[in-house]
Design a protein around this ligand. Sequence first.
Ligand code: SAH
Length: 409
Amino acid sequence: MDSESSSVELPSTLAESQVVLKPRKARPFFGRHPWVLDSAIDHVAGQPGNGAVVDLLTDNGKFVARGLYNAHSRIRVRLYSWSASDRLDQEFWRARIERAVEHRRRLGYDAADGAARLVYSEADGLSGLIVDRYGPYLVVQATALAMQLRVDEMLPLLAEASGARGIVVRADRALAKLEGLSVEEERTWGELPDGPAFIQEHGLRYGVELGLGQKTGFYLDQRENRLAAARYARGARVLDVFCYTGGFSLAAAKLGGASEVLGIDASEKAVATARAGAELNSINNVRFEAADGFDALDELVRRRERFDMVILDPPKFTRTRRSLEDALRAYHRINRLGASLLPPGGILVTCSCSGNVSREDFLHMLAGVAQQLGREIQILEQRGAAPDHPTSATCLETEYLKCFICRVL
Ligand code: SAH
């Protein structure tokens, strides 16, 4: 902390090595994009270890930014500061974490038994670090090697900024491969609950398996969309496909006043948690089934079932540009089937969390559905992730979630 007087800390927080860009490659980084791909790099001066602090320089030696190095990753350097006087030391990380936590407090996402994303990677100037709060517990996901190497340094800072009682550190296997991360045993800090952590969202209670389920345990990004969708559910028969632990279903039933809700998810475990959630909130007009979403939609259409509202929140269909066409076909299929279940005036809540699928692509897909069904689709609300998942204006990769509320005539 007293880095001025510490001769040991100095070399590790200021850059010892320089990463020199190819000519004419500096623009995006002066523009504060935080990912320096290996293809932009001319050479590296020095021998930075993985996770080491490096300076990014133009081809004629001008300072651009300071970041952390990873020879294993296609993202060779992640940038954290554009000021040559910043050390990437504990005080620096503390300030970033506090700035992030303060934003969630301002949003009013700080109820003691609430849940929120406290740190969202690039959008909070902390590329490779994701932190979600579930009541008094945090789930930390390091998605970059440099952050995994600093986890021990980050945990006390996170605990201090948030007042957390316990922390689970989770490693993402797919990303671990990209980053050359060792997939370590789940690590913990402080005191953790024996079973799930119980949280509240919009007055509904949910049990969350910390770090065990999908994401960090709960889809926090859909928080405001669950409430927005519920507003259209009064008296409605609702179908929620890809329901996970039933967030949209329970909100539609309890907050929206739906008459009846059917939630479907492929994961038995998610469905069991969803049923427990219905019980926890004394909701008895909601039914959850474990089934494939595509098959279930086919079957419901075949049986000529009718729903007044259909919610579609499928998993990411694509991670690469190459599979974009396949993904759009899959979106088209579920949206066509989902819309077919609606009477004229029915509500379609349709989401995509594939970062590669743009809003424009998604709108285009919906137009295709309207054309094929010969029905009008009115878009009532074009929504994104809750504001605890900000989008960085200089790193648009942080925007991924689309949630459109539509009326199908
Ligand atoms: N709407 C949920 C989040 C959904 S995430 C919420 O608000 O919490 C996507 C879900 O799709 C996951 O729960 C995953 O288990 C499920 N899933 C993935 N493939 C599926 C398939 N083929 N059929 C049905 N569900 C699937």
